[in-house]
Design a protein around this ligand. Structure first.
Ligand code: FAD
Length: 317
């Protein structure tokens, strides 16, 4: 079922979460172990992230360094198919621009469609580690909106090869990312939101936000979106804090603020066990308020910590 249809027909705020593929070499059991404890909350859908290739340098016997391409977390599409097969829940693969030319993207979308995957989250993708900026793949897309246009074209039966005879129309429900505190490369929030609006006008069906720790940030963002004519569902993304280190790591990685009150609470903690408790309670508080305001869905970034999400979901759903 398409996520937008699920949200439309649901009378209440639904639960969903995002998982990461395991590191190469681990079995899919680690994914099932992460999902199993959360199934009692009847997730509407489960997102699976996509991770780009990385470059590593290995020393040769002559002392020179050789560059190798490694994929540390492959398996997004396979995991999605396995989730749908095992749990009968919609799985949402993240599809990114980086690392794919248009032909490869088209073929990946055909695979997804053949597997019965109807929902995708369309993103530009992060830059490769060690690269200062996002560099488009030759023959690929520079912005999420271009990738989105390719998907919309396929939904309309338009493929890259104009000579295909009666190509079948894919049927993807398309999500895109939104940044209540602005994408870090955007010169200002208004410009960033202008591009978000373009993504919606070009055919995005819903938005999932970057994590935030202050609900006011989300409420203001939604209000501004509605004022400028963005009327699709805006799903809040939430993550519980779990360590003191994250007080600086999350802002530097995700370009978000952590409210002073939460920082003070975390700083008082003696160890990370206490931080987890503070982080979980904060997330419960955020979730309850968002639910009271009638958000369509609460979407949790598990980052491999299902036990925290299980605790939060048990207090909220
Ligand atoms: P875009 O929408 O392309 O925007 C990127 C920047 O360009 C923004 O500053 C925007 O304002 C600007 N912009 C957009 N369109 C144009 C245009 N036409 N002309 C000029 N400027 C423009 N990354 C991964 O690698 N894998 C994942 O699985 C993943 N999952 C994510 C899930 C969520 C919910 C979120 C919020 C992010 C996720 N990311 C993931 C991170 C994301 O790929 C990065 O934040 C990336 O830097 C931007 O992606 P985007 O789709 O928002 O890009």
């Amino acid at each position: 079922m398409k996520i937008v249809d699920y949200l439309k027909q649901s009378q209440r705020t639904v639960f969903s979460f995002e998982i990461l593929p395991p590191l190469k070499g681990q079995s899919i059991q680690s994914i099932f172990d992460a999902i199993d404890p959360l199934m009692e909350f009847k997730p509407a859908f489960i997102d699976v992230t996509y991770h780009r290739e990385e470059y590593v340098f290995r020393q040769l016997p002559n002392g020179l360094l050789e560059k190798h391409v490694v994929y540390k977390r492959p398996g997004t599409v396979g995991i999605c198919a396995a989730i749908m097969n095992k749990y009968k829940v919609e799985a949402v693969p993240h599809i990114i621009c980086g690392g794919f030319n248009k032909e490869e993207t088209e073929n990946a979308l055909i695979d997804l469609s053949f597997l019965g995957i109807e929902n995708i989250l369309v993103l530009r993708g992060d830059p490769i580690k060690n690269e200062p900026h996002f560099m488009p793949t030759p023959g690929g897309h520079t912005y999420a909106i271009e990738l989105l246009e390719q998907v919309v074209n396929m939904n309309n039966g338009k493929y890259l090869d104009p000579e295909l005879k009666l190509p079948f129309k894919t049927n993807f429900c398309i999500g895109v990312a939104g940044y209540p505190e602005k994408h870090f490369e955007a010169p200002n929030l208004k410009t960033d939101m202008h591009y978000l609006k373009m993504k919606v006008e070009k055919g995005a069906h819903y938005i999932v936000t970057q994590m935030f720790f202050d609900n006011k940030v989300y409420f203001n963002f939604v209000e501004k979106c509605r004022e400028m004519g963005i009327h699709v569902p805006i799903i809040p993304g939430l993550k519980p804090l779990s360590s003191k280190k994250q007080l600086s790591a999350l802002p530097s990685t995700f370009h978000i603020d952590i409210p002073e009150e939460l920082v003070k609470e975390v700083e008082k903690c003696k160890d990370n066990e206490q931080v987890k408790q503070v982080g979980n309670e904060w997330c419960v508080m955020q979730s309850k308020e968002l639910m009271e305001k009638g958000v369509p869905c609460l979407h949790y970034y598990t980052m491999g910590r299902s036990e925290a999400i299980k605790y939060i979901a048990s207090k909220v759903f």
